[in-house]
Design a protein around this ligand. Structure first.
Ligand SMILES: CC(C)(COP(=O)(O)OP(=O)(O)OC[C@H]1O[C@@H](n2cnc3c(N)ncnc32)[C@H](O)[C@@H]1OP(=O)(O)O)[C@@H](O)C(=O)NCCC(=O)NCCS
Length: 185
């Protein structure tokens, strides 16, 4: 990965597997085809699977606005052939930041998401005010929990009835909390 300037949220990050670049309005179609409209990929996400491209356009607009307000940043993972295959986020403003991620199904099992998440964790810690980077996943989302631990986070706890995953249940479900923390004073 390239060395980001301390405290910046770069528009582009070169990872071992591809380019993480800032989300753009034109990404909606590829995201709908690979991620937001796929029932398997959205199974453990916090919103319902999209039925229409317009729903994904709205999500993209929402995320572009969140970057403008500096409350959340979303990058897409572009492979060398310029194929958008993933969506990765760092959310929050204070000492704790949350990571979110999803990869189109045909790209699972190659280490792409581990690489992208590890890159964003490293970027988050270039901000001197960030002390904790965390990620929560559904207690049954084994792939996600494995990825987070491979990306350097510790599995901290199982949180009862913590998270809503509307594609699975209207009721909150158990979740796994993972984190990497800055220990030095
Ligand atoms: C979570 C998700 C991104 C994980 O995808 P993934 O393909 O399993 O993760 P990676 O791309 O990092 O690949 C890791 C797998 O690739 C394998 N792999 C192959 N080459 C690798 C490499 N060079 N480096 C690391 N892993 C590699 C690993 O063995 C691992 O497989 P295993 O865990 O079965 O042993 C994907 O399942 C997804 O998008 N799910 C839907 C959205 C979602 O649930 N997001 C999480 C919300 S909290």
């Amino acid at each position: 990965m390239n060395a980001p300037a301390a405290g910046a949220w770069p528009d582009e990050l070169h990872t071992a597997c591809g380019l993480l670049r800032r989300l753009q309005p034109g990404d909606a179609q590829a995201l709908f085809e690979g991620i937001t409209g796929d029932r398997e990929v959205t199974r453990y996400l916090g919103w319902r699977t999209h039925e229409t491209l317009d729903q994904t356009r709205n999500l993209v607009s929402y995320e572009l606005a969140r970057w403008q307000r500096d409350v959340a940043r979303t990058w897409v993972l572009d492979l060398p052939e310029r194929r958008v295959c993933g969506m990765f986020q760092v959310i929050g403003q204070g000492p704790t930041r949350q990571i979110g991620f999803a990869l189109a199904r045909r790209f699972w099992g190659r280490g792409l998401a581990t690489d992208a998440v590890a890159t964003l964790v490293a970027v988050a810690f270039t901000h001197p005010s960030v002390y904790r980077v965390e990620a929560v996943c559904d207690a049954e989302n084994d792939r996600s929990s494995r990825l987070l631990q491979q990306a350097g986070m510790k599995l901290e706890a199982r949180l009862g009835r913590y998270i809503l995953h509307p594609n699975l249940s209207p009721q909150p479900r158990d979740a796994l909390m993972h984190a990497k923390v800055r220990r030095e004073e």
